[in-house]
Design a protein around this ligand. Sequence first.
Ligand SMILES: Nc1ncnc2c1ncn2[C@@H]1O[C@H](COP(=O)(O)OP(=O)(O)O)[C@@H](O)[C@H]1O
Ligand SMILES: [Mg+2]
Length: 320
Amino acid sequence: MAAQAVAVAILVLGAHKTPIVAGYNVSLLAYGQTGAGKTHTMLGAEGEHRGIIPRSIEQILQTVKETKENGWQYTLQASFLEIYNETIRDLLVPPKELEGKDYTIRQGENGMQSVADLKLFPVETKEDVGALMATAEKHKTVKGTDMNERSSRSHTVFQLRITATRQLRGDGPKQTLHGSLNLVDLAGSERLAKSCATGDRLKETQAINKSLSALGDVFTAISKKQSHIPYRNSKLTFLLQPCLSGDGKALVLMALSPAEGSAHESLCTLRFSSLISQCELGKATKHVANEGSEDKALPASGLKRPTTAPSAGLAKKGRA
Ligand SMILES: Nc1ncnc2c1ncn2[C@@H]1O[C@H](COP(=O)(O)OP(=O)(O)O)[C@@H](O)[C@H]1O
Ligand SMILES: [Mg+2]
């Protein structure tokens, strides 16, 4: 499943040919029951089996190299966080430095959400990404918790922020594009009743289900074209708001387990997939700032795009 998922994702993200997310907020979410292959799809293993995170970044770095010749300068910065029990944890910071920290999400700067105090690391080579993934993996283990249990109950978000700048007409004003790529490994989608949770574990399971059901609520509201979309009902949906609104693009990968005993969960996953396929986000918005003017978002269609400008590779029709 993983190899095909990667191929599809890379294709849909347009990473196979065009400069990718400069100026756009794009997300890719892996959904499905625990054990179905979400983490494997996102992180993968060595070499040929590497997952979407390293592959996407490799594509972006390649594009950066190619479009530099056209005058574009890029800044790439990565962060990696976990949302566990509705609490954000920075996976790139050693756990002992996190004690007492409370990360909050702030509404949109340059059309993006930001998490206060979250560490951003520069990315210049694919080795940089490998090192960040290894660091996050090391920091995921929390004293006193079973890592597998925790990973099935938390969401992780790898974010790459991309700023592309160039001088217009030789000595003209500077133009800056802001975009982000958000690669999300969701918590297991198994049902609350089946997990037989009690006490603290129940609270945790409800929090996980709360954010997954909040994600479902957001997709439901979008599919019904409701005027109010409840992004703020969970940390996950608030964080991903720029990608899940008219401003952005989202792609959801469904991970299914072939085991017979998983048939019911697979059906639930497919129902969720059917809901998402009814969502239209509309045209993506490109976030452009020209020197001397207010930072603003322009609809992609209304933007006179230089032929060499980085552009979103996602399908124009905003299907989530
Ligand atoms: N396509 C695949 N090829 C090989 N192993 C896989 C594949 N998908 C999943 N696995 C393995 O199955 C197990 C469960 O997958 P994992 O990605 O951890 O599931 P999830 O994150 O959905 O709970 C892991 O040991 C993983 O390495
Ligand atoms: Mg996992």
